[in-house]
Design a protein around this ligand. Sequence first.
Ligand code: GLU
Length: 504
Amino acid sequence: MKVRVRFAPSPTGPLHIGGVRTALYNYLFAKQHGGDFLLRIEDTDAARLVPGAEAYINESLQWLGIKVDEGVKEGGAYAPYKQSERKEIYKRYVEQLLHEGKAYYAFDTPEELEIKRLEIKNFQYDASTRILMCNSLTRSEAEVKERINNGEQYVVRLRIEPNEEIHVFDVIRGEVVVNSSILDDKVLFKSSDGLPTYHLANVVDDHLMEISHVIRGEEWLPSAPLHVLLYRAFGWEENMPQFAHLPLLLKPEGNGKLSKRDGDRLGFPVFPLEWKDPKTGDVSTGYRETGYYPEAVINFLALLGWHPETDQEIFSMQELIEQFSFERCSKSGAKFDFEKAKWFNHHYLQQKFVDDLVKEFQPVLQSKGIFADKTMIENVVALMRERLNFAQELWETTSYFFVAPIIYDEKSVQKHWKPETKNQLSELMAQIETMADFGTKKEEDEALIMEWIKSKEYKTGNIMNPFRIALVGASKGPHIFDLTAIIGKEETLRRIKKAIEVIQ
Ligand code: GLU
């Protein structure tokens, strides 16, 4: 049987990072088996639809390189892939269940249901209570017909037999056995909007679209027994897809499910892309806008719930496709380690072409009025990128290459600027003046300056620390002669002179 999997989000808001992981695992599994990855939009709950959410889902998957084989945009042999366009299909299947007595009409109003809930503790619409209610099992056929013909609203419920064992086989969790008595007669269809509920549409579509594996978040595990019953009711048990319920993504502290609030509280995105809430106008930042590379997000997410056989941590999409397996997915939740996400981005940033980083950096420099020579920018980027997690940090990390310090860090000055520093730095300037090639060969520069320090019997730190303060404005930055090789002789001299004037 061909592997066919689907990612089936409901467009009720931005795709959460947990949803992205679900999509990714589906994709990896499908591609490993030369199968198909479908994107199905489950939009039967009209009240919860959010404008822009569907486009957001598409854009997110595209950004991440999760390619959809069949979907609303892509089309495919099982179209339409949007549930609101499949109304007529679901109707037929609801009618089949009604006709076979496996489902029934229920006319109870919300008020009547509320009264029952007050009357009966832990009320559940099931085999023990349905006889007390207003439905096609308790009313005559004629009355049912009349009510429907009069346009009375109804729902269709699945008739669940009590005390039956339901076996759910999950490839991650093994076999889960549930007694049918704990389930209520789930609503499958509502006449008010002519639409099925999630459960019916989901099962019918998985069957019709020939889905081989249902890979989804753990939060859907409680729905699985009902889905098994639906497969049974339709007589599709033989072709039932295999279930794989993925572990929850947990808060960084490990207690409870990761939420948007955790992201706000701890300062990390929980959405792949920036999202503007169409109602409130609130903007939530995304991984993309924070400066993450898609390959870093993929690598990071792949390891949240799946463990490779070796301690390899860096994986390309292709390697993930080759190595992914359900056997190595954990049953327990995966703690969201945000520092690790940065670590991955750091890694992928080191793999970028310098030229690409320069292209990203140039507009930032220009916005600051800096029109530096391209070679210089390349040198700065090549030298400094190992300190970065994000390309956006380029400016804050390297600004002193492009603009001379105008203020000097007080602590550094207090620590390193001594009464004799002024004279020593003046002498250093004189020494640099004599070095015709200063700034062109850094090893030579360093050797000559060190020799000079030694000949003067100065302490290296007494020269080099103030030298650094003069160049950078603080006790930080790269190796001094890497810096001077980039800014050049004239600028080095200018900065020393300025520091002497200002700090003295
Ligand atoms: N529409 C459901 C969701 O929003 C799909 C769950 C499933 O994959 O069965 O996640």
